[in-house]
Design a binder for this molecule. Sequence first.
Ligand code: NAD
Ligand code: UGA
Length: 458
Amino acid sequence: MKFKKKILCIGAGYVGGPSMAMIAYKCPDYKITVVDINQERIDAWNSSQLPVYEPGLDKIIKMCRGKNLFFSKDIKNQIKENDIIFVSVNTPTKTYGAGADMAADLQYVEKTARQILKYSQSSKIVIEKSTLPVKTALAMEKILSSAKGKIKFEILSNPEFLAEGTAVSDLENPDRVLIGSRETKSGLKARARLIEIYSRWVPLNKIMTSNIWSCELSKLVANAFLAQRVSSINSISALCEKTDADINEVANAVGMDSRIGNKFLNAGIGFGGSCFKKDILNLVYLCNYYNLREVASYWESVVKINQYQQERFIANILHTMFGTLAGKKICILGFAFKANTSDTRESPAIYISQKLLAEHAEINISDPRALNNAEIDLSGVKGKISYIEDPYKAAAGCHALVILTDWDLYRKLDFRKIYISMVKPAFLFDGRNVIDRKKCHSIGFNIYVIGKRALTHF
Ligand code: NAD
Ligand code: UGA
């Protein structure tokens, strides 16, 4: 079959895989190829065990894979063959040298640019899909403009806004698609080619264009604003616990104001995931770089409150359980950083588990999707850890239940059955505000929910 367009994506991760699958699904006349240096990942995308769990993704992959969607290890030839290239490689926080623990580590992006330069035999549009510090496109341009001869590269910024767990619906019905380019003749032409792709399923009024620097910065700012809301409501949850106010009632009252809105106001143990913390730290680093100290410290406080929320939660467990966890068994329900994903990157559960183990508690970890990742995250951590998928088996014989992920499954558990199987007095710490606390209290549990008055039998 002759395809109308050929598109390549470098980086087959949580963004590259699903976002390219959506283009393939919506544009059967386009050929989409996704490549990665990680060969195991490519093998997994080509198998029935996809490397990421996303509701609805397996169906789309099955429909398109081998027809117009391909996962390949042959980076060199794919760069040669495609003239529209998305770059969706990882941009973690730097762990070494200047800007360590703050700045984005751009080595993977730069290596990708150099690969593109090395193997290209024709002009190409290179699209930044990774989240990048503002002005990264300039570095990309400088590297790629060293190409000899007639080959030209146009750089676009097209940040991804999908959230894990809802990636398929976010990609299918995005709030907006943002495309930034140089405002030159060739930049605008490249922009139009990308609009052509998205307009196959996204209404034109949702496709926004801007200059390339606004586009790069908007992505960091969108994540910073979302994380800021989580830290704002979490900071108030601490005050609720001191004053007998109820965080849900406060959030509902505040969120009913249409200027504020009711989304992203769920208090809990704080945000996890691979992006919020890294993107805010990146923003903080940029502000400091431009000598905007007050702006930097404003955004840094969002990360500080997030850490504070986890410390508070752990301190409460220790204090409530009579100041010692040594030899006690604690069941952790949920290890993923949020529901409907197997991803555990920066999950608060990692830190909380480590702290409980440091207190010499024994932990049973349960999660419907994330146990493999949990085992990797905690490998090498000292202490007694069991990984048990069935929440009832995981809870049996424990002194406390600690809910760390908002899986729907935990709302529907038979808490009476669990209570009977536990050591008494039985404690329940709900870090995600998912349980019916009055009902669980009436069963016999001592209940501690973030942002609410404790319900105990003491
Ligand atoms: P990821 O780690 O899951 O995937 C990145 C992939 O890029 C890896 O498989 C890695 O092997 C590959 N890679 C790195 N260097 C390469 C190279 N030179 N050639 C080929 N492949 C290479 O990361 P992710 O979660 O998909 O995130 C990618 C980017 O998208 C990040 O900048 C992130 O901030 C951003 N983002 C992520 C999400 C999300 O929900 N995870 C959402 C929006 C934006
Ligand atoms: C987030 C953004 O929502 C996406 O738009 C963005 O594309 C993505 O980051 C990214 O750049 O990686 P994601 O991290 O997948 O998506 O998931 P969110 O739904 O934003 O949740 C992030 C964390 O905040 C989770 O740990 C979640 O439990 C927590 N959260 C979220 C709360 O504690 N309370 C809330 O009200 C909302």
